[in-house]
Write a protein that binds this ligand. Structure first.
Ligand SMILES: [Zn+2]
Length: 108
């Protein structure tokens, strides 16, 4: 991704980027015009959903476009609920492959 330098209007390239959140990335730009030399910081933000994910992350709070249909929203909410339920179930499971170390010596 490139942006125009606000001072000289030449292209500026991203030197590095860092995730601020899962919806916001900060970019460090360097102007390609050596006579300008401007370096600056910008950001890319994910602002809303056009088409929902088939694997929604329940932790992502992202508004939907007004053009998303009610049936699509209903299906997305169902998938998000199932993903949350799976997370709750997997965190509550006791490993079944754990060795039986509770037996006292000599038993059996
Ligand atoms: Zn510049």
């Amino acid at each position: 991704m490139r942006m125009k330098c606000p001072h000289c209007s030449e292209w500026a390239n991203i030197r590095t980027s860092e995730a601020v959140t899962n919806l916001l990335v900060r970019h460090y730009f360097v102007c390609s015009n050596h006579l300008c030399g401007h370096t600056f910081v910008g950001a890319t933000e994910i602002t809303y959903t056009l088409s929902p994910s088939a694997r929604p992350n329940p932790a992502v709070m992202l508004p939907f476009s007004k053009n998303v249909s009610r049936s699509t929203l209903t299906r997305h909410l169902q998938l998000a609920r199932e993903a949350t339920d799976e997370q709750l179930l997997s965190s509550a499971k006791v490993p079944s492959s754990a060795p039986d170390s509770q037996a006292a010596p000599g038993e059996g």
